[in-house]
Design a protein around this ligand. Structure first.
Ligand SMILES: *Cc1c(COP(=O)(O)O)cnc(C)c1O
Length: 377
C-alpha cells in the first residue's frame, strides 16, 4: 500500500470485531483478567492500551520503523529518549534546536550527568570534531526551528555508524509524508505530534519511532515507567489527524511556496527563510532527502517595530505559539519559542527582534497573502 492509503486504512479497527471504520477508543484504565496465570496482552493502560497500540502501529508503519511509542507531548518523547543515556555520556546536538529541547538538555540532561555538545550539524566536520570516547548519540532536528537549517541525514548516519553512535532525528517539520529518516539511516525518529500529525491545533502528543525492535522495547519500558503516555482519546484524535496527513501536507506545501514567493517581493521584508528557495543554503540537501519543502517560513522585516505591529495586525493568521495545524499561525521566536535560548546563541543563529515565524495553514492562499499584505504594508 502507498503512503496515502496507509494513512487511512491503517486507521481501521484492526480487531475487525465490529467493522467500525474508525478504530474505537478504549477508555479503560484497567482490564479484567481471566485467571491469575492468564497470558492477556492488556492489563493496565499505563503499560499498554489498544487505542495507543493502534496509533503506535500506524506511526511505526509510516516512519518505516520496527516500533513506536506514543507520549503525552513531544517534550515527553524527547525526555524519554534522553533517559537512554547515563551519567558521563555525551550527545552531540544541532545548534538551532527547538527551545524546549535546549531547556531539557541544559537543565535536566545536565543534572543527570549527560553533556550535550552543540554543533552545526549541517557541517559534518564540526560533528566529527566533537566526537569523544564517551559520545553516545547525535541528535538532529532537520529542518531546524525556526531557521530551517538542513542536516544531511544519510551523511550523518554514516558517521554515526562508523563511531557506534545512535542517530536521533526530530522529524516534526516535514513528517514522514515528506521525509523518512529511518530509511536514511536514523535509529530513532521523534515527533511533536502536536504539530502536523495531529494537525488541527487541538491536541498535544509526542511519538518516538525506533528502527530496531530492541530499541522500541527500551522506549516502551521508559514510557511505562515514567508514565508520560498519550491518553486513549488523544490517541484517537492523532489517528484521525493522520488520516488527512497527506492531503494537508500537500496544501501546506503549496500555500507556503506561494506565501514565500510573495514575501520575497516585499520591500519591507529583508530576509526570507524558506526551503523551497534555491538561495536557501539547505535547498539542495533537502531536495536529496525529502519530497517537499513543508509549510514553514521564517522572515525578517525591516524593524523590530514592524515585527510587533505585524503581530498586532494579522487577522486571518493568528498570533500564537505552535505550528503545523490547519490554521495559519505566526510566532515571535525571540519572546516565545526561543525565549529560553541564551541571547548570544540566539543572535548567532539569526533569531533577532525582527524575525517572525509563519506556519502556513490550509486556508485559501489569497486570504493568507491579503492578510500579510495589510499587516506588513
Ligand atoms: C513543538 C516541538 C517540540 C515539542 O513538542 P511538544 O508537543 O510541544 O511538547 C519538539 N520539537 C519540535 C521541532 C517542535 O516544533
Amino acid at each position: 500500500m502507498k503512503f496515502n492509503t496507509v494513512c487511512l486504512h491503517a486507521a481501521k479497527d484492526m480487531t475487525h470485531s465490529t467493522g467500525a471504520v474508525a478504530a474505537p477508543i478504549y477508555q479503560s484504565a484497567t482490564f479484567a483478567r481471566e485467571s491469575v496465570d492468564s497470558n492477556q496482552v492488556y492489563s493496565y493502560s499505563r503499560l499498554q492500551n489498544p487505542t495507543r497500540e493502534h496509533l503506535e502501529n500506524i506511526m511505526a508503519h509510516l516512519e518505516e520503523g520496527a516500533g513506536a511509542v506514543a507520549f503525552s507531548t513531544g517534550m515527553a518523547a524527547e525526555a524519554a529518549v534522553m533517559e537512554l543515556f547515563s551519567q558521563g555520556d555525551r550527545v552531540i546536538a544541532s545548534d538551532d534546536l527547538y527551545g524546549g529541547s535546549i531547556r531539557l538538555f541544559g537543565n535536566f540532561s545536565k543534572k543527570n550527568g549527560v553533556t550535550v555538545d552543540y554543533a552545526d550539524t549541517g557541517n559534518i566536520g564540526e560533528i566529527k570534531s566533537l566526537i569523544t570516547p564517551t559520545t553516545k548519540a547525535i541528535f538532529v532536528e532537520t529542518p531546524t526551528n525556526p531557521m530551517l537549517k538542513v542536516t544531511d541525514i544519510a551523511e550523518v548516519s554514516k558517521l554515526a555508524r562508523e563511531h557506534g553512535l545512535l542517530l536521533i532525528v526530530d522529524n516534526t517539520f516535514l513528517t514522514p509524508y515528506f521525509q523518512l529518516p529511518i530509511r536514511l539511516g536514523a535509529d530513532i525518529v521523534i515527533h511533536s505530534g502536536t504539530k502536523y500529525l495531529c494537525g488541527h491545533n487541538d491536541t498535544m502528543a509526542g511519538v518516538a519511532v525506533a528502527a530496531r525492535a530492541d530499541m522500541a522495547e527500551k522506549l516502551h519500558y521508559i514510557n511505562k515507567t515514567t508514565g508520560a503516555l498519550l491518553s486513549p482519546f488523544d490517541c484517537f484524535l492523532m489517528t484521525r489527524g493522520i488520516k488527512t496527513l497527506a492531503i494537508r501536507m500537500e496544501r501546506h506545501n503549496q500555500n507556503a511556496a506561494e506565501a514565500a514567493k510573495w514575501l520575497c517581493r516585499q520591500k519591507k521584508v529583508k530576509k526570507v527563510y524558506y526551503l523551497g528557495l534555491e538561495t536557501h543554503p539547505g535547498h539542495e540537501t533537502l531536495k536529496k532527502q525529502s519530497t517537499g519543502f513543508g509549510g514553514m517560513i521564517s522572515f525578517e522585516v525591516e524593524s523590530a517595530e514592524l515585527a510587533l505591529s505585524v503581530l498586532k495586525k494579522v487577522k486571518v493568521i493568528q498570533f500564537a505559539e505552535s505550528l503545523g495545524g490547519v490554521e495559519s499561525l505566526i510566532t515571535y521566536p525571540v519572546t516565545q519559542t526561543h525565549a529560553d535560548v541564551p541571547e548570544e546563541k540566539r543572535e548567532k543563529n539569526g533569531i533577532n527582534a525582527r524575525l517572525l515565524r509563519l506556519s502556513v495553514g490550509i486556508e485559501d492562499i489569497c486570504d493568507i497573502i491579503a492578510d500579510l499584505d495589510q499587516a506588513i504594508n
